[in-house]
Design a protein around this ligand. Sequence first.
Ligand code: HPA
Length: 241
Amino acid sequence: MGVKENVPTPHIEAKRGEIAETILLPGDPLRAQFIAEHFLREPVLFNRVRGMLGYTGLYQGKRVSVMGTGMGCPSMGIYSYELIHFYGVRNLIRIGTAGAVSPDVHVRDLVFGMGACTNSSYPSLMQLPGSFAPICSYRLLRRAADAADRMGLAYRVGNLLSSEMFYGPAEGADSVRKWASVGVLAIEMEAAALYTNAAAGGVDALTILTVSDHLLTGETTSSAERESGFTDMMRLALEIA
Ligand code: HPA
């Protein structure tokens, strides 16, 4: 599917060409601002619609963008669709936090989402004659693993759950144990929509997470630990951008 002509979109006010081919996607728009202001040279703001701040700048001479996505599959679905189909973005790298469910994953670990199970209807709304398996881009996953090895960062690679619910039974111990029993590493809320849109648009996507809490052991991180974990993840994402 080619790039559609009508920009700006309902949710992004950038002009054609203002968004780089590679974009980092934190859920929180203030994280996008932080990354732009601390890691990019000459950052230019391209979006303020709904406060979903987006910037384009240079990282080690490469043009890269960063924008918030909000929380959940519907919000990720809107932004990733518009970036792919209206702005020609080709590499979408989500960075975020997750709750661990596997006993082998601990707080502060980096997790690369190879696949994303979901209790969201997002993939099934593509109306395929069966259930779609949302997976990441092998090319980006390989780049991320190589960069993490070079940087001396430990990571886990595996399946995620993109959940529709942050509070309630879908996050309860019974549910969490069932997902852990089929090898799911961690729960977040957006990867399944990102991977579905990237696959349908013929572009590359990856989700990189730092584990902020453990949903079975109750292990948690301090805000200082979350901050330094986030910094490692940002550097890694920028390395593969
Ligand atoms: N559930 C969903 N998303 C999350 C969580 C969680 O427990 N922790 C961080 N992101």
